[in-house]
Design a protein around this ligand. Structure first.
Ligand code: ADP
Ligand code: ASP
Ligand code: MG
Length: 413
């Protein structure tokens, strides 16, 4: 008998039929004698609907109130799933994040989990219940409802698995595992049987939304056995999805590149003609950090005539706010010539632990993009990834070309 945490995403919970389907899958695992905790997302589209409703009422909704509202999507699905399980003759009980006590910090709309009280869940499991917990939400030390950022139910699932020392955390979604790239963009993408934790961390942080980055961080920190699977496979035809492993497979020849990730949620800002002197990077990026805006790539050009250009990227949703800070505070303060911005860029990345031992990956990547006439605007590298910023209109072409170049297409396997 194992203790298993299963997380079902929005598409899996997207209609009454699908919820009954999830209930049947949970029931099958329970009937095998396992202890089951289920974490669910809101029905697909519901979180977006709630967010736009808030925007219709208030152009810049208050973050605390936004969390009170947007967390309701998951409150609906926990109860519906509990009803469906009871109809199948199983004992089940639903809890909101606050009722379990998923304790978070108070950063509304992107709170971090600090602690999970597992007492109620354990008690219910011991009395043979299926415990259903709302994903994406928690409560801060003052009792305020918080949410964990888009895709946050993955993190709820893995964090609960860690708190309960579960044998496995299964992330059920609308694809049957982690692929070499998003299969919706590249139909030739291949499903990976396993992916290393490090690679998954990079893929998630570089835009592969199949797992929220924080869920992968949690899995790494607490060594949670994590698997991505499909909730749509028929009974008897289930496959084993993709396992996130903590060891590099030394028996098999490692591919140099394991996957291509991409992110549309990017914008670039350039401060032109700033004096080339010590402290300038701090003077530009200090106020951006103070405004709680995440800066990703940074490039400072070689100085010329005592001045230089300084570019960096931010999430696209922060573009207007960043530009305003640059125009109003930074330009007059540091004496820059102009501020330039582009919010139609994207980032495409090649990820693979094999890169460590194989030089030449970057040049292969740049040549493939050049042959398609795709201009590279920025580059950043780490030990196991190379990222480039390109015009958004090339995103699908760039991903497909790189996928083929690194031998990831199905036909090449
Ligand atoms: P859920 O609602 O179940 O949380 P998401 O939409 O958040 O599902 O994540 C699943 C989606 O992630 C897939 O439908 C797929 O389009 C996308 N995706 C992006 N990159 C990958 C990848 N490398 N492998 C698999 N799916 C990916
Ligand atoms: N419902 C939330 C969202 O759409 C959380 C999740 O699905 O993981 O982002
Ligand atoms: Mg998701």
């Amino acid at each position: 008998m194992a203790l298993i945490v299963q997380k079902y995403g929005g598409t899996s919970m997207g209609s009454p039929d699908r919820i009954r389907n999830v209930a049947r899958r949970v029931a099958r695992w329970k009937a095998q004698g396992h202890q089951i905790v289920v974490v669910v997302s809101a029905m697909s589209g519901e979180t977006n609907r709630l967010l736009s409703l808030a925007k219709d009422v208030s152009p810049q909704p208050d973050p605390r109130e936004l969390d009170v509202m947007v967390s309701t999507g998951e409150q609906v699905t926990i109860a519906l799933l509990a009803m469906a399980l009871k109809d199948l003759g199983f004992k089940a009980k639903s809890y909101t994040g606050g009722q379990v006590r998923v304790l978070t910090d108070s950063t509304f709309t992107k709170a971090r989990i600090l602690d999970i009280d597992n007492a109620k869940v354990r008690r219910d499991l011991d009395s043979d219940m299926v415990v259903i917990v709302a994903g994406f939400q928690g409560v801060d030390e003052h009792g305020n409802i918080t949410t964990l950022g888009r895709g946050g139910s993955d993190t709820s699932g893995v964090a609960l698995a860690a708190a309960l020392k579960a044998d496995e955390c299964q992330i059920y979604t609308d694809v049957d595992g982690v692929y070499t790239t998003d299969p919706r963009v590249v139909p030739e993408a291949r499903k990976l049987e396993r992916i290393t934790f490090e690679e998954m961390l990079e893929m998630a942080s570089l835009g592969s939304k199949v797992l929220q980055i924080r869920s992968v961080e949690f899995a790494g920190k607490y060594k949670v056995k994590l698997r991505v699977l499909s909730s749509f496979e028929e009974e008897g035809k289930e496959t084993s999805g993709t396992l996130i492993t903590f060891e590099e497979d030394t028996k098999m020849e490692q591919p140099i590149i394991s996957g291509i990730a991409f992110n549309r949620d990017e914008a670039k800002l350039t401060v032109l003609g700033v004096p080339d002197r010590p402290g300038i990077a701090y003077q530009i990026l200090g106020p951006i950090a103070d405004a709680n805006i995440d800066v990703d790539m940074i490039i400072q050009n070689v100085g010329h005539d005592g001045t230089t250009d300084f570019s960096f990227t931010v999430p696209r949703g922060e573009f207007a706010r960043t530009k305003k800070i640059l125009d109003e505070q930074i330009r007059p303060h540091v004496g820059a010539r102009a501020i330039d911005g582009d919010n139609h860029i994207c980032k495409v990345s090649a990820v693979g632990v094999g890169m460590r031992s194989h030089p030449g990956v970057a040049s292969k990547m740049f040549r493939a993009l050049a042959e398609e006439g795709i201009n590279i605007q920025m580059i950043s590298t780490s030990e196991i990834k190379i990222s480039v910023v390109v015009d958004e209109k090339y995103i699908e072409l760039a991903v497909r070309v790189l996928h083929g170049t690194f031998g990831l297409d199905q036909a090449a396997a």
